[in-house]
Write a protein that binds this ligand. Structure first.
Ligand code: PLP
Length: 448
């Protein structure tokens, strides 16, 4: 593997030559060359990042499939374990620790989110669980949104109290006084999603970050629903987590996650004695890292198309008199807030929800859309190139009890759609319209 700054000599001499050269200059080089990054639009950040070449000068970096790495001199090994030599100078120990291919993808994620550092993990849940276990110790407390991804809610409500004596208060994050009141002296983290699953409630990241920081609490934001669209760190968040399984992958073929944040946090997560990534071991496979790093360059194009289509369909559905939830509609409670948070050039996300009132109607519509009109697929998850549909109350939010669902405002007839970009806009619309008309789901007064 080479890079722009070390390319001469490297490609000719190979990695061995490079390691010799680097060991010789070791004492002249500052170990931590990481500087605080100024926030940049994600697309600019990605354009600005250091470019890795393949081992033979390939335009794509090589997949470093090795679990273990050689040293030229035995003394080097102890320097590696003491942390005196590390990945910033192309020295690696073992792939549960840093791996070059995973690190390259992680640099892309840091560039996209505008954080000092990042590291990728085997799943979104492992990114979330690892960072929370790193930031909190036994006896600590978390304040979290009451509208979270079901798995995250279960982790906070049930798993952390049982295994780690870490407790969580769930609050409505739109109610700033209840957020403030929930923060105790033992609170370490304020946790929420930039756009929440499933009702697409947008978090007021700047105000929430101010409240947390006043009390010395760190802000961790799950940005899975809005990569590139919203940059939480730009608005004051400290740490961003992703399920890369969704929009970032875009093909519903790999499970993956990332933690993006300050360099000292990421390196503490890799610590040999106390690091959650090193010790819990949710390691991303370098083959997966390679695949994902090939997809990040067109994430922005895909996000634009997801956003454009979701806006078109939500406007047309509304015109038919349907109950539709989409932050791009003016009547959405956080429409103006999201407008302020958006990065330039992007719309309001690729997710929309249609509230049909009852589970029966929701199921009828999804069955028709998949099996008759071919509009989309009945499946959980999001960010796929085709449209995915699920009834949230009986699927992704089913970890919540009936009372918890009621208090989170999840109606039983809510169909969540992740709008895809295959097929023409008009062809897909005619499929959707056909299903609604066939099932008599359009209110009587609507004409089309
Ligand atoms: C899917 C999802 C997760 C969990 O990610 P995995 O990659 O499935 O582990 C976390 N948060 C949100 C918002 C999600 O949609």
């Amino acid at each position: 593997m080479g890079s722009v700054d070390a390319k001469s000599g490297l490609v000719a001499n190979g990695i061995v030559g490079q390691k010799r050269m680097r060991e010789e200059v070791e004492d002249d080089v500052k170990i931590n060359s990481e500087v605080l990054r100024k926030w940049m639009h994600p697309v600019e950040g990605l354009a600005n990042m250091r470019r890795e070449f393949g081992e033979h000068g390939g335009v794509n970096m090589s997949i470093e499939a090795s679990t273990t790495f050689t040293v030229m001199e035995p003394e080097t090994m102890s320097k590696l374990f003491e942390g005196k030599l590390g990945p910033d100078r192309d020295f690696y120990i073992y792939s549960r620790h840093y791996n070059p291919t995973v690190l390259n993808l992680s640099r892309q994620m840091a560039a996209m989110e505008g954080t000092q550092a990042a590291y990728c993990t085997a799943s979104g849940m492992s990114a979330i669980s690892s960072v929370l276990m790193q930031l909190c110790s036994s006896g600590d407390h978390i304040v979290a949104s009451n509208r979270l991804y079901g798995g995250t809610h279960a982790f906070l409500a049930h798993f952390l109290p049982r295994t780690s004596n870490i407790t969580t208060s769930f609050v409505d994050i739109a109610d700033m006084s209840s957020v403030r009141e929930a923060i105790k002296p033992s609170t370490k983290v304020l946790y929420f999603e930039s756009v929440s699953n499933p009702q697409l409630i947008v978090a007021n990241i700047p105000v929430l970050s101010d409240i947390a920081h006043e009390k010395g609490v760190q802000v961790v934001v799950d940005n899975t629903f809005s990569p590139i669209i919203i940059s939480p760190v730009r608005h004051g968040a400290d740490v961003v987590v992703h399920s890369m399984t969704k929009f970032i992958s875009g093909s519903s073929d790999v499970i993956a996650g990332a933690v993006c944040g300050p360099a000292d946090l990421v390196s503490s997560m890799m610590g040999l004695h106390q690091g959650a990534l090193m010790l819990l071991g949710p390691t991303m496979n370098p083959q997966v890292a390679f695949q994902l790093s090939m997809r990040l360059p067109h994430l922005e194009l895909r996000m634009k198309e997801h956003c454009d289509r979701a806006l078109i369909y939500s406007r047309r559905l509304k015109k038919l008199g349907m109950k539709v939830i989409y932050p791009g509609l003016e009547e959405h409670p956080q429409h103006n807030l999201m407008k302020e948070l958006l990065n330039e050039g992007y719309g309001f996300g690729g997710m929309l929800c249609l509230d049909l009132g009852t589970t029966e109607k929701a199921n009828d519509l999804m069955r028709h859309l998949q099996n008759v009109s071919l509009f989309g697929l009945m499946a959980v998850s999001l960010g796929y190139h085709d449209t995915l549909m699920s009834c949230s109350g009986s699927s992704t939010s089913s970890e919540l009890s009936k009372e918890e669902q009621d208090s989170a405002g999840i109606s039983e007839g809510l169909v969540r759609m992740s709008i895809g970009f295959t097929g023409s806009v008009e062809k897909r619309w005619s499929q959707l319209q056909h299903a609604l008309a066939s099932l008599n789901l359009v209110p009587d007064n609507a004409k089309y």
